[in-house]
Write a protein that binds this ligand. Structure first.
Ligand code: TEU
Ligand code: CA
Length: 554
């Protein structure tokens, strides 16, 4: 039998603080703003909040570049605000999970300031340095453009940065670095946080031979970066030293992790992490920064593979969006005015009935869509700056082509402010201008309107979360794809002891027939189309456009 844990039964909600709610009118979301909106989150039925980085940072990458791991970002508030946030979350019966970003720090972190100062600095080995007189150490590339090695003026040596220059990689082979990380983890756990989402955690161990990437590896360097020789030794040590002493949950961002490697992270017997975020599904329509079409059959096959990869002794996450992804409805549904709400509900139905802990990204619960960018200058993201430098400024790609792809894939779609109501700037801020523009569709798509309408995307999420909480088969039940080859219908079964549920979703704008033995007499527990009767009269079912049903099979 599978082990039971609160984090398997939980539904999580991600908050990106910069874009959630601004309490003091400076155009930037903050912690007091989050506190004001906690009832919105609690009313959905959320159990766990994952807060993107709230630490002191010069914001080269919106907080994923940390200057002080024990300080709150001034723009977000104070430690007292954080403590109040934690207390208010707990008061509402929820838990807080924070972001652990320890593959790299900011170059403004005091460790790096000292490390770069001289070759014999006491903290030189906190980071990864290579002799500057020998040229660029190898051909590793940075996620934000150019080489992953930067020559530093102070000593003329190179340091490694998988992300921006302002995000130097920490040297985990140095046991002092590991001790520092374990210490800062204890600092936050002792305050009462319930665990961590771990940023690019598979990248922490390096192969110090630094062989060049082959041409094949260059297409997805993450595979190599995630295969360091001591990775699992470190995760087991972290578990032994820190995690095992607290009632906490962990979810690793599994960039570069293959199916075969998955159990190494999440198999219970290994005592490493509880879950990972696997990107296979969200990246199906990507070829680097280029968008390409995706087939439903490939998406279903990927979900199936991921479920098999964790097996019955591991656990998965289910997510369609986060702060690095386009908006969920634009990405997987149909954002046109006619189908936006119903397709958002269909995706919610899928997410909340699959096997694995669901993570909802802020704004997904009201069906927010991508921002209509018309110019490259409208983007804020450092990733976009890197793409412009590498591709547009070198003349390899036109600005128009990059813009067209970014309108599908950019991380900034997810980072536009949360749309709270129909007032100016969607009620996100009283400032004239928020740090990133609000989507012009806010008069129609906003939380106040969604809350007032019982038929909204928001209330659909609420009902599905309640159903999940009340239905053990939706949590601990087995998962089986019932129609892997169907090109428009996703149908799967969740089964636990005598309890059997079937979920059927039409991923298209046309009515589709689907037939399955034993459907006759099934009870419709939830539907996103009010025309649906309560009981299915036959084993043959015609699903309306984007219709999604949760059925209890007799
Ligand atoms: O993202 C890691 C990661 O794998 C990204 O490179 C991802 O592939 C990319 O954003 C997709 O466009 C994490 C954080 O989630 C991200 O926000 C940070 O920028 C990054 O790490 C560095 O900390
Ligand atoms: Ca603010």
């Amino acid at each position: 039998a599978q082990s039971k844990h609160w984090w398997k039964e939980a539904v999580a909600y991600q908050i990106y603080p910069r874009s959630f709610a601004d309490s003091n009118g400076d155009g930037i979301g903050d912690i007091p703003g989050i506190i004001e909106k906690l009832d919105h989150v609690a009313a959905l039925g959320i159990d766990v909040i994952w807060l993107s980085p709230h630490f002191d940072s010069p914001n080269a990458d919106n907080g994923y570049d940390i200057r002080d791991y024990r300080k709150v970002m001034a723009e977000f508030g104070t430690m007292a605000d954080f403590d109040r946030l934690l207390a208010e979350i707990k008061k509402r019966g929820m838990r807080l999970v924070i972001d652990l970003v320890v593959n790299h720090s900011s170059d403004e972190h005091e460790w790096f300031v000292e490390s770069r100062s001289s070759r014999d600095s006491a903290k030189r080995d906190y980071y990864i340095w290579r002799d500057g007189s020998k040229g660029v150490p190898n051909n590793f590339v940075s996620y934000f453009g150019g080489s992953a090695w930067e020559k530093d003026d102070a000593t003329g040596d190179y340091y490694l940065h998988y992300f921006a220059k302002k995000q130097p990689d920490l040297n985990w082979d140095n046991e002092k670095v590991r001790a520092e990380v374990y210490d800062l983890m204890r600092f936050w756990l002792d305050k009462g946080v319930s665990g961590f989402r771990m940023d690019v955690i598979p990248f922490i161990s390096k192969n110090f031979a630094f062989p060049d990437l082959t041409e094949e590896e260059m297409k997805d360097p993450g595979r190599v970066y995630a295969s360091g020789p001591r990775l699992h030794e470190y995760l087991q040590e972290m578990n032994r030293e820190v995690l095992s002493h607290y009632d906490c949950m962990t979810v690793g961002e599994a960039a570069g992790v293959s199916d075969a490697q998955t159990p190494l992270f999440v198999d219970e017997a290994r005592n490493e992490l509880n879950m990972i975020f696997n990107f296979a599904v969200v990246m199906l329509d990507r070829d680097g920064w280029r968008w390409k079409p995706r087939k439903l059959t490939d998406m279903k096959a990927t979900f199936d593979r991921l479920d098999k990869a964790v097996g019955m002794t591991g656990w998965n996450t289910v997510f369609l969006g986060n702060h690095d992804q386009p908006r969920t409805v634009s990405h997987f549904g149909d954002p046109s005015p006619e189908y936006r709400a119903i397709s958002a509900k269909a995706l919610a139905t899928m997410m909340l009935t699959m096997r694995g802990t669901p993570f909802i990204y802020q704004g997904e619960e009201i069906g927010m869509v991508n921002y209509p960018f018309t110019d490259l200058d409208q983007f804020d993201d450092i990733e976009v700056r890197g793409l412009r430098q590498d591709h547009v400024e070198t003349g390899k790609v036109s600005a128009a082509e990059l813009l067209e792809n970014l309108n599908k894939v950019s991380r900034d779609h997810a980072r536009t402010p949360m749309q709270w109501d129909a007032s100016k700037n969607a009620g996100f801020t009283t400032a004239e201008k928020p740090w990133l523009a609000v989507n012009p569709n806010y008069p129609e798509i906003n939380a106040a309107a969604a809350q007032a309408d019982q038929g909204s995307v928001y209330h659909h999420y609420r009902k599905l979360i309640a159903l999940r909480h009340d239905t053990p088969a939706l949590i601990y039940g087995t998962y089986e794809d019932l129609a892997p080859d169907h090109e428009m219908v996703f149908a799967f079964e969740r089964k636990l002891d005598d309890e059997r549920l079937i979920v059927t979703i039409n991923f298209s704008r046309v009515p589709v027939m689907w037939k399955h033995d034993g459907l006759e007499g099934s009870n419709v527990l939830i539907s996103n189309d009010d025309r649906r009767e309560e009981t299915l009269p036959s084993e043959e079912l015609t699903l309306l456009p984007w219709e999604a049903l949760v059925l209890k099979v007799p």
